[in-house]
Design a protein around this ligand. Structure first.
Ligand code: 5GP
Length: 193
């Protein structure tokens, strides 16, 4: 998606450890107009699919998920990274190694909010090695719900997570796929259509 790619080139910074910093518009300060355009784009790409719920993980996927959900007129459920006292013990849970922190979180959602037979679209800000997406897919599987697809704002294609999901037959839509970030130089994969 050209609008997102331009924002990445203009405002993104490549940090050490293969981390792209886009917190000026995507996951810290939020450019609501841009994310709403991205949401509209996602909705168009999944216009032939029934989406009952969008599932993401706190915190950086929430804004993009919410601004997309308004077009599907569906709720957003975000997996929590730790259990607070106000959440029941009745949860689905899956281990996820954090790309940026290196730690493992047992992400969880209340069973009452993820139901058998629901059609669930997974969303996140980044898709790198696929740890977060796989954890979310596991929650959906445990609930007996259906996976509509996996959407990432930015996929770092060379880290393999997206292609592994595609190889498993999961429909993956990434609005910008980065093929390399060597020496701070961001190279995008050409769009599919
Ligand atoms: P994965 O689980 O696919 O390896 O990594 C995706 C998760 O790690 C996302 O939830 C995202 O928050 C974080 N992440 C991975 N790569 C980057 C990156 O280059 N920049 C930022 N800001 N977050 C990233």
């Amino acid at each position: 998606m050209e609008l997102l790619k331009s924002a990445v080139l203009k405002k993104g910074k490549v940090l050490s450890g293969d981390v792209l910093k886009v917190d000026g518009f995507l996951n810290h300060r939020i450019d609501v107009e841009l994310l709403a355009e991205m949401g509209k784009f996602v909705h168009e790409k999944f216009s032939d699919c029934k989406v009952d719920k969008i599932l993401t993980v706190e915190a950086s996927g929430i804004a993009f998920a919410c601004l997309t959900a308004q077009f599907f007129c569906c709720p957003v459920l975000f997996a929590k990274k730790s259990k607070s006292t106000n959440i029941s013990d009745d949860v689905y849970t899956a281990p996820v190694v954090s790309y940026t922190h290196g730690t493992t979180n047992n992400i969880l959602v209340s069973k009452e909010y993820l139901s058998k037979g629901e059609n669930v679209l997974v969303m996140d800000d980044f898709l790198a090695r696929g740890e977060a997406a796989n954890g979310l897919l596991s929650l959906i599987e445990q609930a007996g719900a259906n996976v509509v697809g996996v959407v990432a704002a930015i996929e770092k294609g060379y880290q393999g997570g997206g292609d592994a999901l595609r190889a498993r037959g999961v429909k993956v839509l990434s609005l910008a796929v980065i093929d390399s970030m060597e020496n701070g130089n961001i190279v995008f994969r050409p769009d599919e259509d």
